[in-house]
Design a protein around this ligand. Structure first.
Ligand SMILES: [Zn+2]
Length: 324
């Protein structure tokens, strides 16, 4: 039995749509997708985000209705990002039980209790300088920020968040949050660590979406995009600190990293298709250069194929409305 041409003909399994779907190796469904959302306080109307066509800031007053709409379409989970009007030097609104972080989780869980609410846990949307923690001598103070992350995580858990998702890229943040949650009795609240988060230029449109005040960059705490070994190390450190699930962010340009971490850890692994990835597809489609729906599916399929279990994507609602 030869395994070479002319006996071997891979095209046999590609001859028609039924054969192709039967032998398709990778699939994704709404069970795998998380929709990130931007919620702004003290506004009345939706605000389109110009650099992310189709994505809007949601007025807090309309959040409940939106969560119900997502649930009807089949969305299982959202990640909440707040656009705050209460900025200060350390982002203290985030651990106020009546602050925006807490209110988003409360409103979402009240609207649809079975919706899994992941609370992005950071400070950059709540600080007047736009950095992800407390500034000290022009640097983000790692250990002071850890204390505040613990406070924010407990407030979000108390408000009903199912999953705490720390994105501040501080050393030791998963351990600090796990200890704070457990000490407050939230032993069942899970941590989805942004365990390998690169200092990527692909976050550009998010800055507009979140109304970021940042001047400068986050290279002293987020990872160098050129580092593959360190990327695995970062995720494994978060596993040791008690993360329930890991994440690679961004996704599409980091498929090798997703695969590396998939093979190094047994934890669930997610990947975040970020605002710049979304914008590149949207604007290319608007220019007539690519077929949006096909490229979206190819991009998400590739992220799954690389080894991600979950994908955070701004396209989740489009796919849900399309019936996937
Ligand atoms: Zn941040």
């Amino acid at each position: 039995m030869s395994s070479q041409f002319p006996e071997a003909r891979p095209r046999r399994l590609r001859r028609n749509a039924s054969l192709r779907s039967l032998f398709q190796e990778t699939e994704f469904s709404l069970n795998d997708l998380v929709l990130p959302i931007f919620v702004e306080e003290e506004i009345d109307d939706f605000v389109p985000i110009k650099s992310m066509p189709g994505v809007m800031r949601i007025p807090e007053s309309k959040l409940a209705g939106e969560i119900e709409r997502y649930a009807r379409a089949g969305i299982k989970s959202v990640m909440t990002f707040g656009v705050s009007h209460h900025l200060d030097s350390n982002g203290s609104d985030t651990w106020n039980d009546n602050g925006l972080v807490s209110r988003m989780s409360r409103i979402a869980k009240d609207a649809v209790p079975e919706m899994i609410v992941m609370s992005d846990t950071c400070f950059c949307e709540y600080t007047d300088h736009g950095h992800c923690g407390v500034m000290h001598n022009l640097e983000v103070d790692n250990d002071q920020t850890l204390l505040n992350l613990g406070k924010q995580a407990v407030a979000a858990a108390r408000a009903g968040a199912d999953v705490i998702a720390p994105s501040a890229a501080m050393d030791g943040q998963v351990q600090a949050i796990r200890r704070a949650l457990d000490a407050a009795g939230f032993t069942q609240t899970a941590i989805m660590a942004y365990s390998t988060k690169f200092a990527s230029a692909l976050y550009g449109p998010f800055r507009e979406a979140g109304g970021s005040a940042l001047k400068g960059d986050r290279k002293s705490y987020q990872m160098n995009p050129m580092n593959r070994r360190e990327a695995v190390r970062e995720s494994l450190l978060d596993e040791q600190e008690g993360a329930d699930a890991l994440m690679v962010k961004p996704a599409g340009a980091y498929l090798d990293i997703i695969r590396d971490i998939r093979e190094a850890s047994r934890l669930p692994l997610s990947a975040y298709q970020v605002s710049g990835e979304y914008a590149m597809i949207k604007f290319a489609a608007q220019a007539g250069a690519i077929d949006e729906d096909r490229v979206v599916r190819e991009s998400l399929g590739a992220i799954k194929r690389a080894g991600a279990d979950l994908i955070f994507t701004y396209f989740a609602m489009d796919l849900a409305l399309a019936g996937i």
